[in-house]
Design a binder for this molecule. Structure first.
Ligand code: PGA
Length: 248
């Protein structure tokens, strides 16, 4: 019922020339994908990549968005500017932004609302640290992050957005969550959406797993009923690897 969605988070990698090469190699490899395919390059690569995506099944995303329409926000980029580049998705609240750039539940909520207002689909990231997992507070952490991210967003808009459950300890570490753990925590996130927005909305929202997802573990993770896709970091930087995840 929910169409799977696999997104590549390139993080701070790829010059425009490298980006073109990667996309050029990727297009034929994912053309028959049965899931939605998204790539999220750095802002400076958007112009290089966009023409190569015309007429393909790959959607364009970014890794952040500012909440204001315009103004004195040095170094930031607004949703309208991104919309003008044909951007359809925006990763919001990635743990690296929360950890290194002062992103809070409140700014995640503001960014998500700005994306929605511009017609861009947010991919909202939530997830616990290793310390939080070991002290048994994972469920309350992801529930709190989910509630805060969705505060004040209408159910009709919530059902269209994407959530990425990314346990921080699994990101870039090669240490993937077990499919059972990932499935269970995603069920908790869906429960938080159910509480906030009702059953129908909770059933419609696509929730990805992210954290060292790769060609070897993708099929196993995707076999779980609650897991509707993946947010892929390291393995999205090689066309061959990313296509194998997409074609799990
Ligand atoms: P990873 O990153 O696949 O390299 O673990 C995932 C992410 O941070 O979105």
């Amino acid at each position: 019922m929910r169409k799977p969605i696999i997104a590549g988070n390139w993080k701070m990698n790829m010059t425009p020339a490298e980006a073109k090469e990667l996309v050029g190699a990727l297009v034929p490899l994912v053309k028959d994908a049965t899931c939605d395919v998204v790539i999220c390059p750095p802002f400076v690569d958007l112009c290089a990549v966009k023409p190569l995506l015309e007429g393909t099944n790959i959607h364009l995303g970014v890794q952040n968005i500012h909440w204001a329409e315009k103004g004195a926000f040095t170094g930031e980029i607004s949703a309208n500017m991104l919309k003008a580049h044909g951007v359809e998705f925006a990763i919001i609240g990635h743990s690296e932004r929360r950890q290194y750039f002062g992103e809070t539940d409140e700014t995640v909520n503001l960014r998500a609302k700005a994306a929605i207002a511009a017609g861009i689909t947010p991919i909202i990231c939530v997830g616990e640290s290793l310390e939080q997992r070991e002290s048994g507070v994972t469920d309350s952490i992801v529930t709190g992050q989910t509630r805060a991210a969705l505060a004040g967003i209408d159910a009709v808009d919530v059902r269209k957005l994407v959530i990425a459950y990314e346990p921080i300890w699994a990101i870039g570490t090669g240490r993937t969550a077990t499919k059972e753990d990932a499935n269970a925590t995603i069920a908790v996130i869906r429960g938080a959406i159910r509480e906030a927005c009702g059953e129908e909305t909770a059933d419609a929202v696509r929730i990805q797993y992210g954290g060292s997802m790769n060609p070897k573990n993708a099929a196993e993770l995707m076999s779980m009923p609650e897991i509707d896709g993946g947010l892929i970091g390291g393995a999205s930087l090689k066309a061959e690897d990313f296509s194998r995840v997409v074609n799990y």
